[in-house]
Write a protein that binds this ligand. Structure first.
Ligand code: TRH
Length: 400
């Protein structure tokens, strides 16, 4: 009788801010556990951010099982534990020294991966899978870069996501359930539905102005977060605006509570255009197969602008010139590339109108783009890479 050995995996997540770091780690953890049968422990140093994505998590429990994953609080006093066979440090977070030493002491070394941030820049391809030997210990860490091309690690995509998306988009009943769940009736087809998940943005009021004075009625769904004070300010409401609705001209805004991660996809699927930000919602908007606008996470030295430019080039490559200019124009005013105030308001009006005029082509492109990206699945690539490393090590051993 053979005994099946389950590969154990430790994922380390240091929450820097917002929800992107934990968003990516939580998604990867569930996928490795539930789709690939790994025994996954997720070490996270801030459980309160995970609770927002998964309200089942108990913020006071330092160790708990949730959705197939063992969730552990990563506190300063790290326990002495046996390292897993696969160790993933997310976004170059610093692993506990005792854990690194325990990895070095093992005869059969763990596979140690640094899962990097997503970028469409060209250098990513040549850095993907590069080894980085430890300066003093007999350990090697490997860089694993998510990305948009075949020579990168690809993107996180759950096994049935695109089938579920298509089922949702083709089934009025499912859509009605979704709208009821956010306390609304399903809007009539002539209303343009837009979701808006964003950081503070000086272009927001100009965007609201163009929507309010537009010819087409527009419903804007704003999930609760950093943009809310600006939303309230536009409508002259200084109180907390979660759950409230506001109207001006042809614009109606509804502020939604933060929904759990699995349900956020439905919001993207139910809308015609999505504004997203950071890393994970940016990827989910691509899986939604709808036109979207990305507000990139701002970094020092404006590194983010290079990333934005790199993605725009890749994404627009197969678009006609007018459609590509429309995407470029709106994305640039939505990101802090040019001044603020009146000039931005003027620009965003024009930029929005060009974007909407290109919607037919952008819709088709978004569907095609999602299908293309789906061929390069991050979790599968990561597990293949582990096998590759295993083979490499076996050969090295034979050669000794
Ligand atoms: O929250 P973000 O801005 O996250 C980040 C972090 O700032 C991080 O430090 C930075 O490195 C990274 O961006 C680039 O945006 P992001 O990545 O889109 O993460 C949001 C997560 O929240 C994503 O997993 C989707 C989820 N979400 C919900 O679960 N429910 C909701 O209602 C909404 C609006 C989002």
């Amino acid at each position: 009788m053979t005994t099946k050995i389950t590969l154990r995996c430790d994922i380390f997540c240091n929450v820097i801010d917002n929800y992107g770091d934990i968003g990516v780690c939580w998604r990867l953890a569930r996928q490795l556990a539930n789709e690939h049968g790994l025994a996954v422990r997720l070490w996270v140093d801030d459980l309160s951010s995970l609770v927002k994505l998964c309200p089942e998590v108990v913020v006071t429990d330092e160790k708990q099982k949730c959705r197939g994953v063992e969730v552990c609080l990563w506190s300063k006093s790290f326990p002495d534990i046996q390292p897993a066979g696969l160790v993933i440090e997310a976004f170059a977070c610093k692993l506990p020294q005792s854990y690194i030493e325990a990895m070095a002491a093992q005869e059969k070394k763990s596979i140690w991966i640094n899962l990097e941030y997503l970028s469409a820049e060209a250098w990513v391809e040549s850095h993907h899978k590069l080894p980085s030997p430890h300066s003093t210990l007999p350990l090697t860490k490997y860089f694993f870069f998510p990305g948009f091309t075949r020579r990168t690690g690809g993107l996180l995509l759950e096994r049935n996501l695109l089938t579920q998306r298509d089922a949702f988009q083709n089934d009025v009943e499912q859509q009605q359930v979704f709208w009821r769940s956010i306390g609304m009736k399903m809007p009539s087809p002539e209303i343009l539905k837009v979701s808006l998940f964003a950081y503070e943005n000086s272009a927001l009021h100009g965007l609201f102005d163009v929507w309010a004075s537009g010819a087409q009625p527009l419903l804007c769904l704003v999930p609760e977060d950093r943009i809310l004070p600006q939303v309230g300010q536009y409508f002259g409401d200084t109180a907390s605006c979660i759950g409230k609705s506001y109207s001006r001209g042809n614009l109606r805004v509804r502020v939604l509570p933060f929904v759990e991660q699995e349900r956020y996809d439905e919001l993207l699927w139910a809308c015609d255009v999505n504004f997203v930000r950071g890393e994970d919602s940016f990827v989910r908007a691509q899986w939604a197969g709808k036109p979207f606008i990305w507000q990139i996470y701002p970094q020092h030295d404006e590194v983010h602008l290079k990333k934005l430019q790199a993605f725009l080039m890749l994404y627009s490559d197969q678009l006609s010139r007018p459609a590509s200019q429309a995407v470029d124009g709106l994305w640039r005013v939505w990101n802090p590339l040019i001044g603020s105030g009146h000039a931005v308001s003027m620009k965003i009006g024009q930029a929005w109108l060009s974007f909407v005029a290109a919607r037919g082509e952008l819709d088709k492109h978004a569907q095609h783009w999602a299908r293309q990206l789906a061929e390069n699945n991050l979790a599968l690539n990561l597990l293949d890479f582990c096998v590759e490393i295993g083979r490499m090590r076996a050969l090295e051993k034979e050669g000794q």
